[in-house]
Design a protein around this ligand. Structure first.
Ligand code: G6P
Length: 500
């Protein structure tokens, strides 16, 4: 069956209408900030928001998140709620307030300096701080308390998102064993020997086994997770059935490759006629024949430095593209209080300045940067104008930018895609690259530019068919169907099933 918005609506009406739907994520879809004489609303960046918002809108669910905007408190009601999105609201955002010392320990510390580098395995050493861990536990408890309070006595499905909330499912389950709880882990899970260096490996795994269902982007991450459990806990792990039995409870582990609202993005891109090459040349880049585009948070997992080195190599090897080729990178500032991110920002800037200095002519330079979070509509417009999109992450759970380019880009656009992304499993008609191999990246740009139009169109068409079918409604539909179908399983366990 091809999943659509309508089929997910039908599933919700037929099978989930008895349940209250509570999404729990660190990231809030919109934050409010004080501007001069007013309050401005800003959309958050990252894969969780991109993927989850269409689903929560459709289900009219409740989204619990950490209020990070300095005006967030000023706009909520007495129950810390606000209707969202700002225009044509359809769901409720419930904000929770986290003490600054805990934001430092939980978000900037354990989530983004321990679990983030640990999970991505990009040779970035994770920090292991007891103080950060304590904050992580405390904040997970806050999220669990909020989810329990919101579900009350009602039948609820609690859907936890990502690595910032690894402990919440167990904390919820201990106080209300009847709830349906599932979690989707949006980033990779490392191999077991890497994961086990974490001093709190056991607590994290036990924390996650409060879920009935844990979803990962790729089968390989499911296997890594199961091996981590087998090496760390006295649990029964069935690698074939992909289940863990622990403390008389069963947890299913499954791969659900996340996606985008293909139709919405494709039609929004088709509608905008005004934006285009002339806008870009006039406002941003000056003249060019070929536009290459990168879009990401400024994060060391994204391979931005390697991409710039490759552009340098490309122009060195193929100087005929001087004054013809331009690369535009949208870089969204992220986690800026962390030293490593601040260093990366400086390194990227210096490298770009060097490459631009090397090749610039009177009215042209090869690399341009927009350093801000743009509205999704505007990003779609950039996709539409790009001859090439480069998604060259060193490691990634999925990387929805690749799928967004397929939906919004031109009919003959070429995608250069890292073989380390989850999207590489599905978008096999991209030009696949090893993101660490500068020579290969440089040649991939040349290959994209040399590719005959017919081939470019045929490849793009095939990728569109894949993303149109494997869209975000299918992803959510499959996860929600499974979690409801599996909910009765723990009661059917026999004593012999549960022996380690
Ligand atoms: C990744 C993570 C998300 C996170 C997003 C943005 O996609 O998987 O959980 O929300 O990055 O990161 P930030 O730290 O800015 O919320």
């Amino acid at each position: 069956m091809a999943w659509t918005k309508q089929s997910l609506k039908k599933l919700v009406a037929e099978r989930l209408s008895d349940y209250q739907f509570i999404l729990v994520a660190q990231a809030e879809p919109y934050a409010h900030f004080y501007a001069k004489d007013s309050i401005k609303v800003q959309r958050g960046a990252g894969g969780v928001i991109t993927a989850m918002e269409p689903i929560v809108k459709l289900i009219h669910g409740l989204w619990i998140a950490y209020g990070r905007g300095n005006a967030d408190k000023a706009v909520v009601n007495e129950s810390d709620r606000i209707r969202m999105p700002p225009v044509r609201s359809s769901y409720t955002l419930r904000r929770i307030w986290i003490a600054k010392r805990n934001v430092l320990g939980w978000y900037y510390g354990f989530s983004n300096q321990t679990l983030w580098p640990l999970s991505h395995s990009v040779f970035e050493r994770p920090a292991f701080s007891k103080q950060d861990w304590d904050a992580y536990v405390e904040v997970n408890r806050q999220f669990a308390d909020a989810a329990l309070a919101e579900s009350g006595e009602k039948k609820s499905i609690i859907w936890l998102q990502d690595y910032q909330l690894a402990l919440a499912s167990r904390m919820i389950r201990e106080r209300n064993p009847d709830l349906i709880i599932g979690q989707f882990w949006h980033i990779p899970w490392p191999v077991a020997d890497i994961f086990k260096v974490c001093p709190w490996a056991k607590d994290i795994l036990e924390g996650m086994l409060g879920n009935q269902l844990i979803g990962f982007q790729r089968i390989a991450y499911c296997k890594n997770f199961l091996s981590s459990v087998a090496k760390t806990l006295e649990a029964k792990v069935d690698m074939d059935a992909m289940t863990v039995t622990y403390n008389n409870r069963i947890t299913y582990v499954r791969a659900y490759p996340i996606s985008i609202d293909y139709q919405a993005i494709a039609s929004s891109s088709a509608k905008n006629k005004k934006f285009g090459k002339s806008y870009i040349t006039r406002n941003l880049t000056g003249k060019y024949d070929f536009l290459s585009l990168g879009v990401e948070r400024l994060d060391y997992t994204k391979g931005v430095l390697e991409r710039i080195m490759a552009i340098d190599r490309f122009l060195e090897k193929y100087p005929e593209y001087i004054e013809k080729f331009v690369h535009l990178n949208i870089l969204v500032p992220s986690r800026t209080l962390i030293k490593r991110y601040e260093e990366l920002d400086r390194d990227v800037e210096t490298l770009i300045e060097n490459v631009n200095f090397k090749y610039a002519t009177a009215h042209w330079q090869p690399i341009h940067v927009i350093k801000e979070a743009l509205r999704p509509q505007l990003v779609n417009n950039f996709y539409k104008s790009a001859n090439i999109a480069q998604v060259t992450s060193l490691a990634d759970g999925m990387n929805l930018v690749a799928k967004e380019y397929v939906a919004a880009g031109p009919d003959d656009g070429v995608l250069i895609l890292s073989d380390q992304t989850g999207a590489a499993d599905e978008l096999t008609d991209a030009i696949m690259v090893n993101p660490y191999d500068i020579e290969q990246l440089a040649d991939a740009i040349k290959r994209a530019l040399d590719m005959p139009k017919d081939e470019r169109k045929a490849r793009m068409q095939k990728m569109r068919e894949v993303v149109a079918k494997q869209n975000v409604y299918r992803w959510a539909g499959k996860f929600l169907t499974d979690i409801v179908d599996l909910k009765t399983v723990p009661e059917t366990l026999t004593q012999s099933d549960t022996k380690p």
